[in-house]
Design a protein around this ligand. Structure first.
Ligand code: NAD
Length: 273
């Protein structure tokens, strides 16, 4: 028996990085995982890897910043697996710039992906989480534990130069988490956040790798200058970035029954920084 045996889990942005590692770990622990990403190929690759390893996965290509994408994600999940036990709001990217030069578009894009998308996904999941729990409580006297986990950042908890827009989104999701934990506590739904420091993914690789993401025809550069990476390694007590697999572990804790009396919390995962 895995820690998440037969639980239905959605992990947004699980085509790559932390989301992909989380989806794979959840599947190893027995969950039926909905692997969702704006990019169809990586989503399929993660889902295929899970299935090849003997797990259960459904790939859903969806842009969670659109209402259609959110509907698609929740609709396909419920059609395939019949409910939602665990929701991980992980999808994201960065669009850095100094505050004094930041465009409206740059600001709004970060709030859209890091704050508004989780809000809309959670709201679309209400019938399958809050209402399902309410019914269980009425009929059985008790509801099974359900989980909402949102991925924040130390940029949201502490601030970071060049990321005012991202910081606002990642801090906002903490406010949403803390409020929802109070609203949904009575339904045995634990709502928590994990705030990562530096995890090795395409968002934090040296930017001379030239990776980018495309939004509405615009190429947005991903990665950070290598000098910043080297400086970060000197400041992080562990002396290095975390791996996506190391990032997935704390998310599993919040998804599992071991966190049934933990709600409204933000766990910083930073290698000791
Ligand atoms: P990543 O780029 O490897 O993975 C993010 C995934 O999200 C990508 O596959 C991307 O296609 C997907 N995505 C982006 N926009 C989407 C949209 N509109 N709809 C659906 N999917 C979308 O990056 P990662 O580092 O694994 O990031 C995962 C989360 O962790 C993000 O929320 C990020 O802000 C957060 N985070 C990362 C770090 C880090 O150091 N890597 C630190 C703190 C927080």
């Amino acid at each position: 028996m895995g820690l998440l045996q037969d639980k239905v889990a959605i992990v947004t942005g699980s085509g790559r990085g932390i989301g992909a590692a989380t989806a794979k770990l959840f599947a190893q622990q027995g969950a039926k995982v909905v692997v969702s990403d704006i990019d169809p190929e990586p989503a399929k690759a993660t889902a295929d890897a899970i299935t090849a390893a003997g797990g259960q996965a459904l790939a859903v290509a969806a842009d969670v910043t659109t209402s259609g994408g959110v509907e698609e994600l929740i609709g396909q999940t419920v059609n395939m697996f019949g409910g939602i036990d665990i929701l991980v709001n992980n999808a994201g990217y960065t669009w850095d710039g100094m505050m004094h030069k930041m465009s409206d578009e740059q600001w709004e894009a970060m709030l859209a992906i890091h704050l508004t998308a989780p809000f809309k996904i959670i709201r679309a999941a209400v019938p399958y989480m809050r209402e399902a729990a309410k019914k269980e409580k009425e009929q059985l006297g008790v509801a099974k534990a359900r989980k909402v986990i949102s991925i924040s950042s130390t940029t949201g908890t502490r601030g970071n130069i060049g990321q005012a827009n991202y910081a606002a989104g990642k801090a906002g999701i903490i406010g949403l988490t803390k409020t929802l934990s109070k609203e949904w506590g009575a339904f045995n739904i634990q709502v928590n956040a994990v705030a990562f420091g530096l995890i090795d993914t395409r968002l934090t690789q040296a930017d001379d790798a030239g990776d980018f993401t495309e939004r509405e025809g615009k190429k947005i550069k991903l990665g950070i200058p290598d000098t910043m990476r080297q400086m970060a390694f000197m400041m992080i007590p562990a002396g290095r970035a975390g791996t996506p697999e190391e990032a997935a572990g704390p998310v599993l804790f919040f998804a599992s029954e071991f966190s049934n009396y933990v709600s409204g919390q933000v766990l910083e995962v930073t290698g000791g920084l």
